[in-house]
Structure formats: C-alpha cells, structure tokens
Design a protein around this ligand. Structure first.
Ligand code: F6R
Length: 609
C-alpha cells in the first residue's frame, strides 16, 4: 500500500504536494518523492524515510518554480526501501515521470522484455516498468499512451503520469486501487484518499476501475478504458480533516476491518496460478520444502499465533503433517525438539516481535528450515528467515490486528495446499477446488462485512457484561481464541475461549443467568456435537449468540440470536467467522468508551521480551 498525489493549478505545487503526502503517510512511510514540471523539464526529488526527510531535502534546494507535479509515499513491496526504489520513477530519456500504488504481477516478464529492447533500469521496483512502457507508447497523446500501457499490465494499480511536453497536465488511471480527483477552482488534484485534496477543495470525483483521467487546471476529462468520454458525478466531503484521515471511519480499527477483502485479495491473487494451483515459488517455497520433513512447528505471539493455529488445522487435515504450535516466548526457552528434518513457520505482522525473532533464531540454530510470514517489508524476521512470504495487508495502524491476521490466515491456506500437493494427500482436482474457493474468499469476506449492524446491536445489548465466553470446535475453536483476545484487548472485558467439548470439564460452572456466550458453528462435520454444547450452556441461563454457516432449523433451546455467514470449505471458515466477532469486540469497546486504536498497556510492535 502506498499513497499517491498530484496537483495542477496556479499556486506553487511543492507545499500542496507535501501537505497531501503528509495526510497519506498512514498508507506507507518508508520513503517519499515528488516530480515537478518546471520550465526546464521535469525534476524529481526523492528520499528514504518519512515525508519530513523529503521536505528537509527540498528545503536545501532553493525555490523550485512549478505549478504542476506528482508525489508518492511508499510502503515497499518490490525492492527494499531506499532512495533509488522511491517513487516517482522516470523514463530513460527523463521525459516521463510516474507514481504507482499497487502491485504489477507480470513485472518480471515486462522488465525482461524492456531490457531486451535496450532499457536500463534504475530501481528494483515493479513500478519502474510502467514508466518505461508508458514512454514506449507515448507519441504525444497521453490518453492513448495510458490505454496502450494498461493493456500490457496485470495486477493492481493506481497510476499518475506527467510528461515534460504537456505542461500543467496529469494523466491517471486505476485498477483495484483507490484514486480520486479533487475538483477545485482553476486548480485540481488527484490522490489515493480524500484527506490529500482537502487543502484545495472538498469536491471530488471517484475514478472508476479502468477509467483514464486527464487533469488540467481548467478541467478534468474522464475516459473509459476504450477511450470514450465518461460523465462523472461530483461529490462533496462532509467530514473534517481529522476524520478524513480515517476515511470517514471513527477509528483505524474499523477501517482496517473493512479493508480485509482487499488485504486477502492482494495476498493471494498472484499466488494462485491460472491453472488454479498454489504458487509460492517467487518466495522459494515450492513442493521441495515439504517433501521430506517430519514436523511443522508454528511459532508466533498473540493473534499471529492464533492465525498459525487455524493454519495447523488446515495443514494437518489437508497435508497430514503433524504440526506443533508454540507461543514464541515459551518455545525459545523450552529446549525445543526441532532439527534439520523440521520446518519452522514464524508469523509476525511487524517482523520485529522480540520473542518471535528469538524463536526464529533458535529454530535456525538447531538446523530447521525456516519460513517467515511477515507484513512489514525488510523487517528483521523477513531478513533472517530462509524464506519470507509477505502478507500484503498494507500498513496496520490500529494496535489490535485485524487485516494482517486475515492475510496471515490466507498464507497458511496456501502453504497447507502446497504441502498437500507435495505429499500427495489431495488430488490435483481437490487442490484446484480449494484454490478456486480461496480466490473467491475476498468476495465472501466482503459479503460477511454485512454482519456489522447485527453485531453492533448485540454489542449494545451486552456491552455492560464483564464476562463472556466463546465456544467452538475444530477450526472454530481457533477463531474463538482470537475473538476472545480481541474482546479483552479492545473492550477490557474478561473473556474465555473454550473448545466446545471442554466446557463440561469445569468452566461450565461459571455460566450464570445472562452470561453472553458466542458460539461458532461453521464445520458441518461437527455441527451436531457443537449444538449439544450450545444447548448445555443455554439450559444454564447463558445468552447465546450463534454464528453459523449451517442451513438448519434453529429454535429457542439453542440460541437467543443467530448471525449467518456464507458457507465455504471448513478450514477457510476462520476467515469468515472472524468478521462478526471483530465487529462485536469493536462495538463493545466503543459502547464502553475505550480507546480503540490505542488500548491501554499495549504497543503495536512488542520489541521487548
Ligand atoms: C493483538 C495483536 C497482538 C500481536 C502480537 C504479535 O491484536 O495484535 O497479539 O498479534 O503482539 O505481533 P506481531 O504479529 O507483530 O509479531
């Protein structure tokens, strides 16, 4: 995830671009840059680090007279954060400059093709290929050049280009990444998000997928992907700038919950082949990795550990490999039985969690192969593991993880399916069926977002209760643990997660009149057993919220409330059942007046033991 911005008008472009970029820093902050159209051609200034570093660099360069320019704040995916990998990227002849947000999936193929044609690359990014492609197609008509360029691209992108010969003009487009146009008086902007345009206007239009937009100071022209003119509606922002940074949401947490379809889509789409097979070879994780191993160890902390435990269910059921799960703080001091015949998977959003890093080092020292599932590029875990698989969830700002957790789950499914192929425990046809289901998962997550209102109502009803239970079996038990953690950390409600069958061995004595019990029932094979467990708490006075993908008759001996979610393969149910419980924790926290994005006593990255 990155932020892009562009300005054209009569006032100086530098302060407007820097102001816009600062509001987009939440989208990425490892490097930044701008390109300005001056009377002597285009001038690019970029640097590693936050916008403030770029601002300082520009400050040392004297006055730059430019009324049109583009800018970028980066969250690296292809190519480590550095000056040379920062955007904008220029064509070889310096006539074209481009900023890109997204991932070009076929960049390697395009890069090799361009190199064969004599292009010399200056960065390791996927984005630079687009600058060279645009230059190749540009013969003075920037709309045509953008159409020709996009025809060759696969992946997701929001693009903005300026050329040295068309002063005051920007050409932009988008596919599966956000882009808006700020419509001012004699000055216009483009940006990834609304806050970036608010220094000049509150009026904006949303660019549709595939549309191409030519922006000049005096007006905005929109074209379809085929070059036909398109009429657009102009909307007006009603929020203030603080609210706008969260895209109109009250908290980053709810914004990030809503971003989960995209986080999962970005993480899986380039890792399923056109033949519907898992593909992790770009990360070096092919079938070989799973062929002769004895055990898989999954090591992580907190939510990342629970994502791993959901992955354990997928691994054991699909690939029939024994999986040992350990929280990192225990693993590192447990004299673990792990050696060269084992694979250790560590999971970490930040890639900097002290216990997880120590566990990774311990596993490596004992000769195990290591794979890290990490969200932050070039973080310590990413650098130290034998293989790194990035989750492309984008920067996560809220302390409580949501979208990174969902992205981690989806990588675990891909790994389990790769292992099943390697071990021959599933037929190719079965693997293809699961891969197709995984490709459909983002759309199902999107559908499940509709449970928000129902969960808000339930949160209002039960937010004053100080104890809650989550119960489930199999994959649902794993989701219950993450759900229970969410409720504790966000809403400061004491809660317990139990395997449905365990209740009768003690904890059922804690159920009293009115205790909220959230029961997950998403695996048809375990449905009857789970319903018996649910009835036993209901009979003792619990208020039961049933979350199910089942299609069966429900009566008042079973539950007080029912929330339906879509059906999917049982091991992927973790990715859908998590949404209503995230909403529940969020709204209970809101009704209790908690500090949602920065819960007490917590930090986003736990770099101490
Ligand atoms: C809970 C949460 C934490 C983290 C844990 C590991 O919402 O975010 O439990 O999952 O601190 O952090 P990472 O994934 O950065 O290693």
């Amino acid at each position: 995830m990155c932020g892009i911005v562009g300005f054209t008008g009569k006032q100086q472009a530098v302060p407007v671009l820097l102001q816009g970029l600062t509001t987009l820093e939440y989208r990425g902050y490892d490097s930044a840059g701008v390109t300005l159209q001056t009377n002597n051609g285009i001038q690019t200034i970029k640097s590693l680090g936050r916008i403030a570093v770029l601002e300082e660099k520009i400050g040392t360069m004297g006055e730059i007279d430019a009324v049109c320019g583009i800018g970028h704040t980066r969250w690296a995916t292809h190519g480590a954060p550095s000056d040379r990998n920062s955007h904008p990227h220029e064509s070889m002849d310096g006539r074209i400059a481009l900023v890109h947000n997204g991932i070009i999936e076929n960049y390697l193929e395009l890069r090799n093709q361009l190199i064969a044609e004599g292009v010399v690359f200056k960065s390791d990014t996927d984005s630079e290929v687009v600058a060279h492609l645009f230059a190749k197609h540009y013969k003075g008509d920037n709309v045509q050049a953008m159409m020709d360029t996009c025809r060759e691209l696969r992946g997701s992108y929001a693009l903005a280009v300026i050329t040295s010969d068309r002063l005051g003009e920007m050409i932009c487009t988008r596919h599966d990444n956000p882009l808006i146009v700020g419509v001012g008086e004699g000055e216009n902007m483009i940006a990834s998000d609304i806050p970036a345009i608010m220094s000049i206007t509150k009026n904006f239009m949303v660019v549709g997928d595939g549309e191409i937009v030519r922006v000049r100071p005096e007006g905005v022209e929109v074209f379809s992907a085929e070059g036909q003119p398109v009429e657009k509606e102009i909307q007006t922002v009603t929020w203030d700038i603080q609210g706008a940074q969260k895209g109109g949401y009250d908290h980053f947490m709810i914004k990030e919950i809503m971003e989960q379809p995209k986080a999962v889509k970005d993480t899986v789409s380039s890792r399923i082949t056109d033949e519907d097979m898992p593909y992790l070879m770009d990360e070096g994780v092919g079938e070989e990795v799973f062929k002769n191993i004895r055990n898989v160890h999954i090591v992580a902390c907190g939510s990342a550990y629970y994502a791993g435990m959901a992955g354990k269910v997928a691994f054991e059921r699909l690939a029939r490999i024994p999986v040992l799960g350990n929280v990192a703080s225990e693993f590192r001091y447990s004299d673990p039985i792990i050696d060269k015949d084992d694979l250790c998977i560590v999971i970490s959003q930040s890639g900097e969690t002290a216990d997880t890093l120590a566990a990774l080092r311990e596993a490596k020292a004992r000769g195990a192969k290591t794979v890290a599932i990490v969200n932050v590029l070039a973080s310590s875990a990413a650098r130290e593991a034998d293989h790194v698989i990035y989750t492309w969830a984008g920067p996560e700002i809220a302390v409580a993880t949501t979208k990174a957790y969902s992205a981690q789950l989806s990588v675990m499914y891909l790994l389990a399916l790769t292992a099943a192929k390697a071990r021959g425990t599933l037929s190719d046809e079965e693997i293809r069926t699961y891969c197709r289901a995984l490709r459909d998962l983002p759309a199902q997550i999107e559908q499940t977002l509709a449970t928000a209102e129902a969960m808000k109502d339930l949160a209002q009803l039960y937010h004053e209760r100080n104890d809650s239970f989550f119960i489930g079996r199999g994959i649902d038990y794993m989701t219950c643990q993450e759900a229970s953690l969410k409720l504790k950390e966000i809403a400061y409600v004491h809660s317990e997660a139990y395997a449905g069958g365990e209740l009768k061995h003690g904890p059922i004595s804690l159920i009293e009149d009115g205790t909220p019990v959230i029961a997950l029932d998403c695996d048809p094979a375990l449905h009857e057993k789970q319903i018996s467990n649910i009835k036993s708490v209901k009979a003792r006075g619990a208020k039961v919220i049933l979350i199910t993908n089942g299609d069966f008759e429900i009566d008042e001996t079973m539950c007080d409330h029912v929330v339906k979610i879509p059906a999917c393969p049982y091991f992927m149910a973790a990715s859908l059942a998590i949404l209503p419980v995230q909403f529940y924790a969020y709204y209970v926290g809101v009704f209790r007046g908690c500090d949602i994005d920065k819960p007490r006593n917590l930090a986003k990255s736990v770099t101490v033991e």
